[in-house]
Design a binder for this molecule. Sequence first.
Ligand code: CO
Ligand code: CO
Ligand code: CO
Length: 327
Amino acid sequence: MSPQALAQVLCRLPKFSSENLLVGLDTCDDAAVYRINDKQAVILTLDFFTPVVDDPYIFGQIAAANALSDVYAMGGTPVTALNIACFPGCLPEPVLGEILRGGADKVIEAGALVVGGHTVEDNEPKYGLSVMGMVHPKRIITNAGSCPGDLLVLTKPLGTGILNTAIKGDLLSEDAYRKNVEIMSYLNKDACQAMLKTGVSGCTDITGFGFLGHAAEMAEASGMTLEIFTESLPVIEESIELAKMGIIPGGAYRNKDFLRNKVFIQGNITQEMEDILYDPQTSGGLLIALPEEKAGLLSEELKRVNRTPYAVVGRVKKRTDHIIEVK
Ligand code: CO
Ligand code: CO
Ligand code: CO
């Protein structure tokens, strides 16, 4: 759904609060966090979507990596997962089996357990997980923690939405397809561990609202302005050429429309770079805010464990007239 439409629906619902609800709906964070006791809090999240690739096993892996990501974005450890699946009666059941097997393999890689799930018949297949994770209540990382002077680090390259659109039109090279699948199915577990080892101010993951959409949520939750350095953004090379050809998912235009009063573009950036900034990501990377003096340490940790390109992509500053400033 578009972020506007969703916000309109959500604001009419009753507000829930409790002294144990440490992270709820208010800050548009990645997951809810509920305190069990002084040492333990649970992280709760749910994500599912329609296939982005034809291979059911790979689709299962990507959908699970995407759902698990919200736990990593909060600095947590996934513990259990429930499958949520929609499946057409006309497709052979082994296809559903492959989707679930892909998901299960990712949950195993995350060190968590698949403990159940629910499947309904539907015209279009959909799959994802509801994940429960754990975190120490004092060590929760939210999108609200970024401070003036913090640097911003992005741990996966952008462009997966554009590449997924190209897949649907059969316009993607074998090589680019493989790269895209590798990026989307790669767990944010390694990036999360690097972030926990370093100690950071704030984090969110980049998914459907695009890089700028999630950056804007971080800026708003923190009461800050985020300055983005486009020349250092990690981008999947092929997405630039495809964006030039106009292969852009509809979601990118919805994201751009939603952010039109929040984003200020300074100087000249190319149209294709602008499209990439709004491109909805599937299972994107973590966007981490941390004090400048810790950036070297995070870089070293990421270099050791992270298997996708990452970079310093911006800086946090006191709120200006704009929520996001793109350079
Ligand atoms: Co998220
Ligand atoms: Co999510
Ligand atoms: Co049921």
